[in-house]
Design a protein around this ligand. Sequence first.
Ligand code: DGJ
Length: 728
Amino acid sequence: MGIIYEEERGIWKLDTPHTSYIIGIADKQYIGHIYYGARIRDCGGCSWMRTGEAPFVPSENMRDKCSFMDSFPAEYPGNGVGDFRESAVSVRDEAGNTAVQPLYTGYRIYAGKPSIPGLPATFGGEDVCETLELSARDEVLGLAFTLVYTVFSDVDVITRSVRITNEGEKPIALTKVMTMSLDMDAEDYRMLTLHGSWARERRMEYREIGYGKQSAGSVRGESSHQEHPFLALAERGATQERGTVYGFHFVYSGNFLAQVEKSQFDSLRVQLGIHPQEFCWKLEQGQTFYAPEAVQTCTREGLGGMSRTLHDLYRKHLIRSPYRNKKRPILINNWEATYFDFDTEKLLAIAREAKRCGIEMLVMDDGWFGRRNDDNTSLGDWQVNEEKLPGGLKRLADEVNKIGLKFGIWFEPEMISPDSELYRSHPDWAIALPGRKPCRARNQYVLDLSRPEVTEYVYEAVASVLRSADIAYVKWDMNRQLTDLGSAFLEKDRQGELMHRYVLAVYALQERLLAEFPELLLENCSGGGARFDPGMLYYSPQIWCSDDTDAIERLAIQEGTALLYPLSAIGAHVSDCPNHTVGRITPFATRGHVALAGTFGYELDITAIGEEERKMIPEQVALYHRYNDLVREGDYYRIASYRENHSYDCYAVVAKDRSEALVTYVQVLNRANCRSRRIRIPGLAPEKRYRIEGQEAVYYGDTLQNAGIFAPLFRGDFQSALIYIREV
Ligand code: DGJ
C-alpha cells in the first residue's frame, strides 16, 4: 500500500496516488524531513536530508551541534536546545524549564486510520488508509510523543496528528503543541490565506514570503470570520489548473496558528496547530494530550487541483451525516423575513406559500424562546414563548407538517444573556475573570463549557426541545467570540485549558446530539461563517456561509469557501432586495443561480415579495432538483473570478464521469462596446461529444476546453446564466 520502510537506511516513504512524502532518521535519533512533492519511485537516502552541510551530525562533530540543530529539517522540532526557529512543542516543567526534545525511539505501520479521542478527524477503512506512527521521547522529562501520519489511496492527502503522554513522575505543562511542522526548501512560493470579517468571510489573499515569520491565526475561541485555519504555498504563477500548490488545513474549530518561517538558510518551516497564546495544558502522570488533525496535500494542478482534492476528502472521509450524499430539503428560513417579529400564524402563512412553491422545510430562526423579542435577552432560557407560539412547538411543528413541510429550529446553545433566568440563577456559569465585568458582545456572555453541569444543562435544553416535537433540522448558531478567559470551575493551573476544553465540549455536545437524533440535519453557523471549518463539518454536512446573502457579495465569499469546501457544505439562500446587508438590488434569477452553488434555500418573506418573483420560485426549485446531484457530487472548476477581474464570475461543476457539466456565469458589471467573452470549460473528457442545452451543434470536449464558447451578452449589471452541457 502507501507506506514503505527501508530498514537499512531508516527511511519511510509515504505515497498517495500522485505524491510522495519521505522521512528519515539522522544520527539514529533526529527525525527529519527529506522530501514532499510529486510521486517518485526512489526511496531516497539520508544524503538528501539537509543535515546542515558540514559538520553533518552531532556524532561527528559535537563542537557545532548547534549549527546542526538550527538547520536540521526536523519533523517535529523541540524547544530550547539549539534550534532557534519556531518549535512545534514547548513545556514548563516543575523546575520552570521550557526545553523539550523529542528523539526517535521506534515506529509502527498499520492498515487503517485511528480516530482521535474527543476530536473530529477524517476517517477511512483499511482498504484506503495506511498509518505510520513514529515514536519519540524526551528522556529528561519522561515525555513520549507519537507522530501519526495517515496516507489515503484515493486522494492525494496525508493527515497528521500528535499525541503526547507524560510517562514521567511529575506533572508537565504543555505550553505549545503544534500538530504539524514541515521543513522544506524556500523556492519561489507565495503564501495564500483566507481573511475576512463579519459578512465578508474567506477572501483569498496572497503574500510574499519574507525572512522571519508570517502567519494567520485566531485567538477568538473559534476559527473566526477574520482568518482561516489554512495556508497554502503556491508556486509563483500557479493558476487554477497548473503549478505546484501545497495546502494545509486544520480540522479544528478553535484558536489556531498557521505559520511559515523563512530561515537564514532559505528553508521554510510550515506549521499548523492550536495557537499557543492563552494555551497551557497540564499533563499529569500517565495522561495523554491529543492534538487535533491537520490535512496536507500537494498538487501540480494548481489551486483547482487542491480544491478538488479537499472536496473529495471531505465528502468521502470527513462528513458523516446521512445527508452527505443526499439532496438536502429546500428550506425557507424566517430570519430575514421577520427577524424577531413573528408568531405561529405568520410562520404558518410562510409555510403555506412555501409549500405552494415547492419548498420542503420551514426553519424557525432566533426569537422563539424566553422573552426574546430582540437580541438583548433570554439566551439560555430554552422554553418556548407561548405568547408568540400558543400551544407550543409541537402544535407549530404539527401544523407545518400538515401543510406538507418538514420543520427545523434555531438554537444558540453556547450562550447566556445577562438578562435571563439562567444567568440570574447561575451567574458563575458565564466565562468571566474574577473581579472584572466580562465584555458583552451582542449583549451576551459565553457559557463556561469546561464545567460538566453546564454542558449537561445545555444538552438537556436542546435535546428536550428536539424530543418534544417532530424537528428535522437544527441550525446551531454561535454569535460571539470568547473574551475574559476565566472559569470559576477550573483550578488555577488549568485556566489555560479553557479555550481548548470549550471546543472539546462543543464537539461532545454535537456528538451526543447526533447519537440521540441520528437523522437530524444539523447546520452549524456562527454569526454567519465564523466557524466554517473542517472540525464542524465532521458534525454537520452543511455550514451557514455568511450573513451577507447579497448575490454579488456572495461571489467572493463562496469562491474563497469553495477553495477548500465542497459546494454541498456551503449554506446559501435566496434573499429579498434591497439586500439587508449591502442594500443592493439584483435580479431574482441571479440570486437563485448563485444560491444553487450551495445548499440552496430561501430567506425572505414569501408572502410579501412581488408576484413575479414568487412565480420564479417553482422554476428555481426545479433547477435545484435537476442540478443538485451534479453540484453536490461533481468536480468544481473555477473559470474566472470577479474578485480579480472586477467584472464577471464564472465556475463549472463537472460530473465525475464527465457526462455533464453546469457552468454558472455572472456578468457583474456590464461594459460598453466590447466583444463577448470566451469561456473555456475545463474538466470535460476531450474525446467525448457534448451538446450545450438550447443549441443544436455538438462539440468534442477538447473543443469546449480549448476553443471554448462565448459567454452570453446581457444588457445591465448583475445578470447571470446557467449553461448546461451534456454528453451526446
Ligand atoms: C446569526 C446567523 O448567522 C443568522 O443567520 C441568524 O440566525 C442570527 N444569528 C440570529 O440571531
